[in-house]
Design a protein around this ligand. Structure first.
Ligand code: SAT
Ligand code: MN
Length: 625
């Protein structure tokens, strides 16, 4: 019988460790490493410590190889152009592996193709992983990244270790998560989330490498093993596919941990609004599908006086009731990975000011003076300056096509945001007063409504739909169901997840109010009925007055409480067509409810908690309207 330790050392073989001390790592980490070194066969092992020197070394290497271009106009900012075949999340290649299919996906109606998660049997997934990853890092360095989601050592935080053969991914992980050698001590003998990532392009390369971005788009696979808290991602370097702390860990795996431990891992921003008169601060969380403006809302610049807004997080919230029954939220991330097109000093100055330093711009256009450019920045650059588009070709404003890819992104430390909340790293989290759901809904859906109860709010969340965006591989503008804005990020059976949400409600708990918003309703000419952006604070103001118990500003409607006419502050806005903005076209809503109900019956089937319908006979209310 060989000592475990000997097996570990044997499996490591003669792979040189170019940085770090293997023997100082926790035993569980050593075993994890040995297993994947044996499988991936890297040329060398590099154990990261999160230091400044490490960032310099890696950045320098990336510049030398041509992956990054230094942007002269800024401090420590870099441009990266990926292989144009690797620019978004690939939902069709994303899997959750369990032994029991119905732990992962609901019992869909017979003949229906489920869209709430993709399941593979653990064995089958393992076989695929073993065959894809066999030798996948040949000739490359394997980086070992210790990271924390949430403040290191915090009671709500979780630790992960990511292996990757991409130093671009390492640089981004250093921004998006807390990478530090301190992790090893905090971790000790405890378990961690195991993250394995490879670009899937071993040397000698088989496939033409474009833009010095070795990847393997035909064989992309993002596999999750919730039972053993493991993620294996192959073939892509795009954020949502490769920065495994983000969607894979903080949403898919964390939602399973949250189910087991009694909390929630959600696709939500977290923001604080301080009433400047009373000094009182309230926090809200909001869930919108990808690329619907969570970052813009979280960093809003109010257009009406009275509020000071600060951001805690722009994408993910981990929510847990404390022992006083207060729902508290932490942002598990350390940075922002935001969409760029449409971002400018008018729409989101706080984002613009966040990425003037230590930032990575992926798939944007470049200006001849070492600046960046994307659709929406036309008024913020010298009109005569030469531009190179995201594909590396000369480009001019007014030319057909896009200068930047529609899903081009910035990666920057959250701490650089001018309105980052002083408590954004409070390990206990911030108290949450309201939960807001929303999506892009061009027709039928009012600017805001409030659900009748927690339970009704769960139904409203389950019925979230939105026009598709560029964040994933879907093409064309169709309205897609995206329940709880979690459709691409669910870690387990969606019906069980809804039940888990319902179970959150307990008599001794202070349940937050819940709302639905829609900034995107248009008139018959396709013109937006609401200005959006900074003016969305007017809606938040109404939300907070409702949270404070103001009964006089709401009227009952079949779908929830609507603002009483005139109860949203429209000072200085000019012509707002209130009646059109808040109308509930009866046939639209009847169709919509029936369609949503059919969707949930098809997709969630017998796993759907029926109590949601029984208590809220919304269809009947609309009919009787
Ligand atoms: O998947 S990403 O995190 O890169 C962006 C998104 O879809 O929200
Ligand atoms: Mn997101």
């Amino acid at each position: 019988f060989m000592e475990i330790h000997e097996i570990v050392i044997q499996k490591l073989g003669h792979v040189p460790i170019v940085k770090g001390d293997f023997h100082m790592l926790p035993k569980k980490v050593q075993k994890f490493l040995a297993k994947w070194v044996y499988t991936c066969k890297p040329r060398a092992l590099y154990i990261c410590d999160g230091s400044h020197a490490e960032a310099e070394e890696v950045t320098h290497k990336l510049i030398e190889r041509g992956v990054l271009t230094k942007l002269k106009k800024y401090e420590n900012c870099y441009l990266c152009r990926t292989d144009p075949a690797d620019v978004a999340r690939v939902e069709s290649k994303t899997w959750i592996a369990t032994d029991d299919k119905y732990e992962t996906v609901p019992h869909v109606r017979q003949g229906v193709r489920g869209i709430l998660g993709q399941w593979k049997h653990t064995k089958e997934m393992e076989e695929e992983v073993n065959s894809d990853l066999d030798g996948c890092m040949a000739g490359r360095t394997m980086y070992v990244i210790p990271f924390s989601m949430g403040p290191i050592g915090g009671p709500l935080s979780k630790i992960g270790v990511q292996l990757t053969d991409s130093n671009y991914v390492l640089l981004c992980m250093r921004i998006m998560t807390r990478v530090s050698a301190d992790i090893w001590e905090v971790l000790g003998d405890n378990d961690f989330v195991r993250c394995v990532h490879s670009m899937g392009c071993p040397r000698p390369v088989q496939r033409k490498v474009v833009n010095h971005w070795p990847c393997n788009p035909d064989k992309i696979m993002i596999g999750h093993f919730p039972a053993r808290r493991e993620i294996v991602s192959f073939g892509s370097g795009y954020g949502g596919n490769s920065l495994l702390g983000k969607k894979c860990f903080a949403l898919r795996i964390a939602s399973v941990i949250a189910r087991d431990e009694g909390w929630l891992a959600e696709h939500m921003l977290i923001m604080g609004l301080t009433n400047e008169k009373t000094g009182e601060e309230k926090f809200v969380c909001a869930a919108f599908p990808s690329a619907c403006g969570k970052t813009n809302l979280a960093m809003i610049q109010p257009t009406i006086p009275g509020y000071k807004v600060r951001v805690v997080g722009d994408d993910i919230a981990w929510l847990r009731f404390d022992d006083k029954g207060v729902l508290r939220a932490i942002n598990p991330e350390n940075g922002f990975l935001g969409v760029l097109p449409g971002t400018n000093m008018k729409t989101n100055p706080n984002a613009m000011l966040s990425f003037q330093n230590i930032s990575i711009f992926t798939n944007v256009a470049e200006t001849a003076d070492g600046g960046v450019f994307w659709e929406g920045m036309e008024d913020e650059i010298d009109k005569n300056i030469a531009i190179t588009n995201w594909l590396g070709q000369p480009w001019k404003i007014g030319m057909p096509g896009n200068a930047a890819h529609p899903n081009s992104r910035f990666t920057c430390p959250a701490s650089q945001c001018p309105i980052i909340h002083p408590k954004w790293e409070d390990p206990k989290g911030v108290p949450v007063s309201a939960l807001i759901f929303g999506g892009r809904r061009p027709t039928g859906v009012p600017l805001v409504f409030e659900s009748y109860s927690w339970q009704h709010g769960v139904m409203v969340g389950a019925c979230v739909k939105s026009e598709s965006t560029a964040a994933a591989e879907h093409t064309g503008k169709k309205i897609m169901h995206d329940p709880m804005a979690m459709r691409p990020f669910m870690g387990y059976n969606f019906g069980k997840y809804l039940q888990h949400w319902l179970d959150m409600e307990k008599p001794d708990r202070n349940m937050p109010k819940s709302f639905h918003v829609n900034w995107f309703r248009v008139d018959e000419h396709g013109k937006f009925l609401w200005p959006g952006f900074g003016d969305n604070v007017r809606v938040l103001d109404w939300v907070l007055r409702r949270c404070a118990g103001d009964e006089s500003i709401a009227v009952k409607s079949p779908i929830g409480y609507l603002p009483k006419k005139g109860s949203i502050d429209l000072t200085g806005l000019g012509d707002i067509k209130w009646d059109e903005l808040f109308s509930l076209p009866k046939h639209y809503w009847l169709d919509d409810m029936r369609e949503s109900k059919l969707f949930l019956e098809d997709q969630v089937g017998t796993d759907f908690p029926q109590v949601i319908w029984e208590t809220h006979a919304q269809e009947k209310r609309i009919e009787e309207q």
